[in-house]
Ligand binder design. Structure first.
Ligand SMILES: Cc1cc2nc3c(=O)[nH]c(=O)nc-3n(C[C@H](O)[C@H](O)[C@H](O)COP(=O)(O)OP(=O)(O)OC[C@H]3O[C@@H](n4cnc5c(N)ncnc54)[C@H](O)[C@@H]3O)c2cc1C
Length: 497
């Protein structure tokens, strides 16, 4: 019998799996699709405090998030990196003193140790003012971090598996029935239809936007799922400007829009906030949202992007805790844990949260799990690097240069990408090769057979989409024929065992 069975392989499910497995619990996690195929791959890709949440007096959440920001950066310097955000003052919106006061608080509420503080900017004299309309003359620049959201999920899953967790992808939890002690859980492999029954002492409902379906359907519990689904969409356009800073643009509806340099040649723009009542699996950006984002940045840029510049867009559903806020944008981003079921067959339900706070959420979940199953181990994830993250926070370039020294036949761009995805594991992927041919066929954009084999063998990648849109973002650079060739190769490799 497993100690816990986790439903959902998004950030919260894998974060709990990693923490629990590291403490010695027997863990099984079932994800019905690919890891991070739900909300966790559709984020703004920031590890941040959430400057805007200060306006909603969410001081505890912002402080916890800012502490986590540097902690996560330290344990995953390959997939997390510092960014500077330029916040122009917009006459008619928040006054300059409000921005200054908010940023002062953001810098000092806790957690900022390595990241540089806020500074004032004269946009008419700074390079970051160049792409903007001349009427934006003053602003501020502050720190936050970027994260590769899907890789954060995959690396947590890998570490959980390394510590003994049974991670099953393409495995749906169909039903769960209380047993004398714990649960009998029916799992179904989504590709083969094969079913299997497993038992677990406790269920963890980490199904994100599907949490209500799991509670009401899979577990057949009548307890209320306090969840509010809020859609958020992004567009990706060709690179809009040449410097490396991001923008935080205030909108007249009180919202803010981020503009973030993305994957070297692109710019990411988002997000929106609207209540959503459809199937989370079917969520897609609407025309209205696209117009909103284009118009929002059009207010600021001298040469704004148009619809024709969009190369990719995506949409996700935030599974927020329903705190009764009137507007979607005001609903809390904090997490709430609720135990339901009986003493002998309990379920821990996860509502809300952010990528940024997943590790703390997992620690809070462990306190609940301990109460039911008994204590094992103690908190340990705060300073334990994720796979490949065992190098200093400012060490990416040094690592890439050292790898290039050993593998000079690999283009530096590819090495930099491998380091940003795998960190020190980039050595292991290239190990034993002494010329480019040793890495096998190049599917395009520097994606080699060697890398794909690693992703299949160690990161649960099964399809071309898993590789091109989740383990990497090379889907932005490869065409349909290249993707099809990759799909065929992966299928044949799987069939060959
Ligand atoms: C537009 C947008 C922008 C965001 N930006 C940020 C940001 O910049 N920074 C930040 O910190 N946070 C951000 N967030 C929030 C963050 O992305 C989410 O809080 C987080 O990803 C939720 O993770 P989760 O594990 O709860 O849910 P999910 O990632 O959705 O995972 C739940 C998983 O459960 C699986 N599942 C469901 N039912 C079953 C079943 N019966 N059997 C098996 N598996 C099942 C699903 O397939 C899914 O993969 C953003 C969210 C959105 C939507």
């Amino acid at each position: 019998m497993h100690d816990i069975l986790i439903i959902g392989g998004g950030i919260n499910g894998v974060g709990i799996a990693r923490d629990a497995a590291g403490r010695g619990y027997d863990v099984c996690l079932a994800e019905m699709n690919d890891l991070a195929s739900g909300t966790s791959s559709w984020s703004s890709k920031l590890v941040h405090g959430g400057l805007r949440y200060l306006e909603h007096y969410e001081f505890k959440l912002v402080r916890e998030s800012l502490i986590e920001r540097e902690r996560l950066w330290a344990i995953a310097p390959h997939i997390i990196e510092p960014l500077r955000f330029v916040l122009p003052h917009h006459k008619g919106l928040r006054p300059e003193w409000v921005l200054r006061a908010g940023l002062l608080l953001y810098d000092n509420i806790g957690g900022r140790r390595k990241l540089p503080p806020t500074r004032s900017l004269k946009l008419d004299r700074d390079v970051s003012g160049k792409p903007l309309k001349p009427r934006f003359r003053a602003g501020f620049e502050y720190s936050d971090c970027r994260v590769d959201d899907t890789r954060l999920v995959v690396l947590n899953a890998r570490d959980a598996a390394n510590r003994g967790a049974d991670i099953r992808t393409r495995t749906r939890v169909v039903s769960a029935t209380p047993a004398e002690e714990g649960w009998r859980v029916l799992l179904q492999h989504t590709a083969t239809g094969l079913e299997e029954e497993v038992t677990a002492r406790m269920l963890i409902n980490a199904a994100g936007p599907w949490a209500a379906d799991v509670l009401g359907g899979v577990v057949s519990d009548t307890a209320e799922a306090s969840i509010r689904l809020v859609q958020g969409s992004h567009i990706v356009v060709r690179k809009l400007y040449d410097h490396d800073r991001c923008y935080t643009f205030q909108e007249d509806d009180g919202r803010i829009i981020f503009v973030i340099p993305y994957q070297k040649d692109f710019t990411l723009i988002g997000t929106t906030d609207r209540d959503y009542d459809g199937d989370p699996a079917e969520v897609a950006i609407t025309d209205e949202e696209t117009d909103y984002l284009i118009e929002a940045v059009g207010d600021y840029f001298e040469n704004p992007p148009t619809r024709d510049d969009i190369v990719w867009s995506y949409s996700g559903v935030r599974p927020l805790y329903d705190d009764g806020a009137s507007k979607a944008q005001e609903a809390t981003r904090d997490y709430v844990l609720k135990t339901t079921g009986s003493e002998s067959a309990p379920t821990l339900n996860i509502f809300g949260g952010k990528l940024t706070t997943y590790r703390r959420l997992a620690e809070a979940a462990m306190e609940r799990i301990e109460r039911v199953i008994g204590r094992q181990g103690s908190p340990w994830t705060g300073d334990a690097p994720l796979p490949g993250g065992d190098f200093p926070t400012d060490g990416r370039r040094t690592l890439a240069t050292r790898i290039l020294g050993e593998h000079p036949y690999v283009p530096f761009d590819t090495i930099e990408r491998l380091v940003a995805q795998f960190g020190t594991d980039a050595w292991n992927i290239l190990e034993g090769s002494s010329e480019i041919a040793d890495l096998g066929h190049d599917f395009g954009a520097g994606l080699s057979e060697r890398e794909v084999a690693w992703l299949m063998d160690r990161e649960w990648a099964e399809t071309a989409d898993d590789v091109l849109w989740r383990r990497t973002k090379l889907g932005l650079r490869m065409d349909d024929a290249q993707a099809a060739a990759l799909e065929t190769w992966m299928r044949e490799r799987r069939a060959g065992g």
